[in-house]
Design a protein around this ligand. Structure first.
Ligand code: HEC
Ligand code: HEC
Ligand code: HEC
Ligand code: HEC
Ligand code: HEC
Ligand code: HEC
Length: 166
């Protein structure tokens, strides 16, 4: 604290991330993966989500009483309650997203359809494609895959029903 390297907070490294990285190297490295929470740009930092000095939430999270609470403190549109809830979305966002960054778009822990198939293996409309010839073109596996159609995957209020398609 007598010879601080940072501009604020009297830290011994130049940035907060470097301080945390001296012990939590794995979390700090994930920030460089694809996934845009503006941490890399310096507009958010570790302490935006964590209160390092202690908190009443799990994992030293600053806001709320659960992981999902902490996420929806910013992403209020995902809070619900929805008319049609998608069960895992109520449970916690980290079933599908890695808050520190992931190798997939949208910080997803796996790329759809694999992500969805972790749970939906036997549905009336198969989560696999009908025949191997469609691997390269089927909308079920291509591009946004399942969320091309199931676009309100976090929950929906549309009277059309509980399939998260609107
Ligand atoms: C000198 C090493 C060190 C530094 C620097 C450090 N931590 Fe930790 N941190 C630890 C240890 C040790 C634990 C406990 C790990 C365990 O229980 O497995 C921990 C645990 C945590 C946890 C998990 C708490 C829980 O309830 O499981 C979070 C979140 C965390 N640190 C965030 C941070 C952040 C953010 C920074 C930077 C501002 C930081 N830490 C800097 C050593 C450090
Ligand atoms: C967008 C919010 C957010 C930011 C920013 C963030 N974290 Fe976390 N962090 C979380 C959440 C949520 C968890 C709990 C994850 C879980 O339960 O799977 C967590 C968990 C952790 C843990 C505990 C992991 C464990 O397995 O117990 C550590 C350590 C940690 N974060 C360090 C950091 C460091 C270092 C940074 C900055 C580089 C950082 N976090 C930035 C949300 C965040
Ligand atoms: C302090 C506010 C804050 C918190 C807390 C927060 N986020 Fe974010 N998040 C943001 C901002 C800002 C963006 C960038 C939005 C944009 O670019 O439009 C973002 C973007 C995202 C994205 C989109 C990433 C992309 O590649 O487009 C996802 C997914 C996301 N957040 C998930 C989460 C999850 C899961 C949590 C809880 C672990 C969480 N966020 C907690 C502020 C936050
Ligand atoms: C069942 C898996 C799943 C769960 C659980 C989940 N998400 Fe997502 N999320 C996705 C998928 C898939 C996408 C990408 C959607 C797309 O490509 O349109 C996404 C996209 C996002 C985005 C970026 C695009 C947008 O719609 O704004 C944010 C932010 C986000 N999620 C936040 C959250 C938060 C906050 C939670 C917890 C309340 C959560 N997610 C829980 C699967 C999930
Ligand atoms: C962690 C497990 C899990 C993951 C991952 C998951 N879901 Fe679900 N999903 C559920 C559960 C549980 C239900 C509620 C099923 C019920 O009520 O019978 C559900 C319901 C649904 C429904 C409504 C159908 C119904 O019968 O209620 C659709 C559509 C759906 N999920 C699509 C998806 C898509 C698309 C993805 C990938 C982005 C996905 N899910 C990822 C667990 C999951
Ligand atoms: C071309 C659009 C489209 C794509 C792509 C799509 N779905 Fe669906 N899905 C639908 C529609 C429409 C329904 C409602 C069917 C009904 O009402 O009987 C549905 C129903 C469902 C249901 C609930 C009914 C059931 O069969 O149990 C689940 C679960 C589901 N989809 C998961 C998935 C998963 C996982 C993927 C990706 C592998 C996927 N869907 C890709 C359009 C799509």
């Amino acid at each position: 604290m007598h010879t601080p390297a940072s501009e604020k907070g009297q830290l011994k490294k130049k940035t907060q991330t470097e301080v945390c990285a001296s012990c939590h190297r794995d979390k700090a490295s994930k920030v460089d993966r694809s996934g845009h929470m503006p941490v890399r740009e310096g507009k958010m930092e570790c302490s935006t989500c964590h209160n390092i000095h202690g908190s009443t939430n799990v994992k030293l999270l600053r806001k709320g009483d659960s992981v999902a609470d902490s996420c929806v403190s910013c992403h209020a549109d995902k809070r619900g309650p929805f008319l049609w809830e998608h069960a895992p979305s109520r449970d916690g966002c980290t079933t599908c997203h890695d808050p520190h960054g992931a190798a997939n778009d949208r910080m997803l822990v796996a790329k759809p359809p694999a992500l969805c198939q972790r749970c939906h293996i036997a549905t009336r409309h198969p989560s696999t494609i009908y025949d191997a010839g469609l691997v390269a073109t089927s909308v079920r596996v291509f591009a946004r895959s399942c969320v091309t159609c199931h676009s309100t995957i976090h929950g929906s209020n549309h009277p059309a029903g509980n399939m998260f398609v609107r």
